[in-house]
Write a protein that binds this ligand. Structure first.
Ligand SMILES: Nc1ncnc2c1ncn2[C@@H]1O[C@H](COP(=O)(O)OP(=O)(O)O)[C@@H](O)[C@H]1O
Ligand SMILES: [Mg+2]
Length: 238
């Protein structure tokens, strides 16, 4: 089962928000998602405790370097995607988590000059490749992008990163009130009331485009998982 890790050693980069958007979208598409919450602040766990249980989503709080492998082994039979939310600061888990990942996503605030936290993760990925010949697929996702920002400004950031051979997702995560409200309501975008949340449709479109682009880079194992009827056939054949 693919492990997708969100990493940026800076708090506020948009990791937890992106984790939530990807997880809820994958769950909506019928995948069983296990979120590994490695942030001691437990934002995702708190989100999960706030609302009604969200179908297809399991959240494991307090994941650490000592427990991550056991947790993954335990949940593997009931999981199509593991999504790991790392803490804001540099943590002992970072290198190990990156090494275990099928894809690392690095949210970097679209128009902020301070991309240091993202650069640290990119340096670590490069170090693993150069020194240990371990190549972990990874992409930068521009986060908290103002909806008024021109494509040209975004293109400039992309070209800058492309010059360093870093892939940037075509879909930026836009700054949306709906994405902040998710944490208060403890639900997904699809359970929100469009009369109370502004631009909800735009927010849904953006989250869906983001998740679909990520899926393009990560194999969708759910598609190869036998369907219920196929499983019956397999069971009876056994
Ligand atoms: N795309 C976005 N739209 C609106 N608010 C956002 C967005 N991304 C992040 N935020 C807000 O910014 C703050 C930090 O984001 P968060 O996802 O927690 O970052 P991190 O996990 O990297 O520390 C939170 O208050 C969050 O609600
Ligand atoms: Mg976070």
């Amino acid at each position: 089962m693919p492990v997708i890790t969100f990493a940026n050693t800076k708090g506020g980069a948009g990791k937890t928000t992106a984790v939530l958007l990807l997880s809820t979208e994958l769950a909506r598409q019928g995948n069983r998602v296990t979120i590994l919450d490695a942030d001691p602040q437990r934002w995702i766990s708190r989100w999960h405790e706030t609302g009604d249980a969200t179908a297809n989503i399991t959240v494991v709080p307090y994941v650490t370097l000592a427990t991550i492998q056991t947790v993954i082994a335990q949940h593997r039979p009931r999981t199509d995607y593991f999504i790991l939310d790392l803490p804001g600061a540099s943590s002992p888990l970072l290198a190990t988590a990156i090494g275990m990942s099928d894809h690392v996503l690095i949210p970097i605030q679209g128009c902020a000059m301070d991309a240091k936290g993202g650069a640290q993760v990119l340096e670590l990925l490069k170090y693993l490749e150069d020194k240990a010949n371990i190549r972990i697929p990874h992409s930068v996702v521009l986060s908290r992008v103002n909806s008024m920002v021109t494509t040209r400004a975004l293109q400039a950031v992309k070209s800058l990163l492309a010059a360093r051979s870093v892939r940037v997702l075509d879909t930026p995560i836009i700054e949306r009130a709906a994405y902040r409200d998710l944490f208060d309501y403890g639900c997904s975008l699809y359970e929100m009331d469009a009369t109370r949340v502004s631009n909800l449709d735009r927010a849904k479109e953006n989250a869906e485009a983001f998740a679909n682009e990520v899926l393009g880079y990560v194999p969708n194992r759910a598609a190869t998982r036998p369907s219920l009827s196929q499983r019956d056939v397999l069971r009876s054949a056994a």
